[in-house]
Design a protein around this ligand. Structure first.
Ligand code: DGL
Length: 275
């Protein structure tokens, strides 16, 4: 635990990601617990985390979390699978308030969705290499069959907004053919990256075509929002008016164009910060 301090239900929730993908989690939070104020930080100057070493990701993630703690947040959400997979223990150890990662809620959603226990997970290189999904899934169900594949090209596709065209379908096919070659029986695909929900429809369609049976696609966003509601308990802000959303980023280029795509609503803007 880091420094002691008192938080009240009126304090904001802190959310961080390497970039804009974590806004998919903010979107779920604003729908599940609309009265909460949220502070969002995108470490856009240092994105991507997915190709960096675990030690570098941990160092960057700790700086992001400290930025949020310095603004008095009552709860931290790591809206980045790569940071969750590589830095969760260090982030929990450094925080005086609860910390929720993306991997555990994603693993629970996947196990709730599967009918035959055959799961596939896709994410960045750093997330897949960490083995964090395998650990989280097997600690809940040692019998589950898990196949995993890094799909680095899906992040730029989501950012570019090429999420429902021939290029998206070709890239999805190229990756998912490899994943389903590991296990034909996969019936549930876990999106282990906060960018991927933008490609959910294409991944579900292409995955089902390759498998020859329906493939459910799950992501962590709504499960993280549910975990946040549970963690807050009586500390939730239950006012009826919508909470504030204050966004910060370590680089603000292209954010006006990119951010609304992930948040699903217009944004007033990002304040530039230096960690
Ligand atoms: N936010 C990252 C994740 O969810 C994807 C982008 C990156 O590589 O930093 O893993």
């Amino acid at each position: 635990m880091g420094q002691d301090r008192t938080v009240t239900k009126r304090h904001p929730i802190g959310v961080f990601d390497s970039g804009v993908g974590g806004l998919t989690v903010v979107r779920a939070l604003r729908s599940a617990i609309p009265g909460e104020d949220i502070i969002y930080l995108g470490d856009t100057a240092r994105v991507p985390y997915g190709s960096k070493s675990p030690r570098t990701v941990e160092r960057y993630a700790l700086a992001c979390q400290q930025f949020l703690l310095d603004r008095g947040v009552k709860l931290v959400l790591i809206a980045c699978n790569t940071a969750s997979a590589n830095a969760l223990p260090a982030l929990i150890a450094a925080s005086p308030v609860p910390v929720i990662g993306a991997v555990e809620p994603g693993a629970s959603s996947a196990l709730a969705a599967t009918r035959n226990g055959h799961l596939g997970v896709i994410g960045t290189l750093g997330t897949i290499r960490s083995g964090a999904y395998a650990t989280a899934i097997h600690s809940r169900n040692p019998e589950a069959q898990l196949s995993a594949l890094a799909c680095p090209l899906l992040v730029p596709l989501a950012e570019e907004g090429w999420t429902d065209d021939d290029i998206a379908r070709l890239v999805a096919k190229r990756y998912l053919v490899q994943l389903f070659a590991q296990d034909r029986e996969i019936d549930t695909l876990v999106l282990g990256c906060t960018h991927y929900p933008l490609l959910k429809d294409v991944l579900a369609q292409v995955g089902s075509e390759i498998a020859g049976h329906p493939v459910a696609v799950v992501d962590s966003a709504s499960a993280m929002a549910e975990a946040a509601r549970e963690a807050l308990g009586s500390g939730a802000n239950r006012r009826s008016t919508a909470g504030r959303l204050d966004c910060f980023a370590t680089d603000t280029s292209r954010l006006d164009e990119l951010a609304p795509r992930f948040l699903g609503e217009p944004l007033t803007g990002f304040e530039l910060v230096d960690l």
